[in-house]
Design a protein around this ligand. Sequence first.
Ligand code: UGA
Length: 371
Amino acid sequence: MRIVLLGGGGFIGSHLAEWLLARGTHDVIATDINHDKLRHLLDHGRFTYFDSDIHTDVQLTRQLVESADVVVNLVAVATPKTYTLNPLHVFELDFLDNLRVAQMCAEMNRRLVQFSTCEIYGPTWLSLVPPELATPEFIARADITQSEDSTAMITGPINETRWIYATSKHLLERVIHALGMQQGLDYSIIRPFNFVGPRFDFLPSDKDDTSPRMFAQFMDALLRGTRISLVDGGAAQRCYTYIDDAVECIGRILEDRTGSTSREAFNIGNPGNEASVVEFADMMIDIYKAQYWDGVQPLPEVVSVPGKEFFGPGYADCDRRIPDITKARELLGWAPEWDLRSLISSTMDSFVSEYRSRAAERPAPVALVAE
Ligand code: UGA
């Protein structure tokens, strides 16, 4: 197949491109505004890359859509700090620009695999239950698993600008569903649940940019001996999924020839890997100390910070996100394999190796001697 990855230069796109090329039969065409994560693929005979922005390069995007068997749209701002500080940009890119691609696919009769987010479920219904009713017995019996075709979506008030991302993706999914229903668009929607792996975001100190997500923030603190900030004490819980598990599932959706994945949304996540942010930080520190720490450099100080201070006044959080993955299991025979400790170890290994090899390449400081 000829597979076009719009926004293919990010963390997920770069792994998906590798997986598809390893199959040996697909032609993969990727576009993005940065290709640092694709450098190792640029010389591959079946890979083509265009430095291109779907916001401005509408003509090229149209040509690529027309030439494709499958269009995979990964273009998005996906960092909570940007949702709270620049909500208009999130709406323009994540909704308007993505909508244009979906409309092109409908018009040209091309299959679309659209990346959405687990965040469209929002906080769980349990988080809205008054504390006096949420007894431990009630919580133990509450089913808060998030299912593609039955769970209601929850957001917050408009001044919580964080939700512009979830609502943009939510409306995009609804319009794509309607394009399928009324104009015959062949699509699949993917809702990722906290994928982690090599090339995840970037270390914030490298770019003087504090927008990356949690794993990159904590990794930066470990490598540089700075501070791990636990937002609101780190009580929020997530289910973490290793990128190799995730691309295996995405690849099966792309290669599906039975039509069973058409006009379906898929949760891709690992319900067995739930941890609170504080538990995740403790595990990272533990693994780092055991495997990489030289015993000399200071370990990070761990502090709790209010979310509205750390991310901006429009911040709100999802309490838990547990995917129901029955659909992917039944239609694709897929199940995640990587447990939490192994996925942290493997990701950390790639970050530490890259950081150390870059440090080794830097010229040694020259001593200044007074004349
Ligand atoms: C983000 C996106 O908004 C989702 O759409 C996406 O699906 C998800 O990442 C993902 O990776 O799949 P979120 O999980 O909230 O959602 O992103 P993170 O920035 O990684 O935050 C996870 C938790 O860690 C939050 O509770 C956050 O407050 C906390 N956090 C983050 C910290 O405690 N410290 C930090 O330095 C960064």
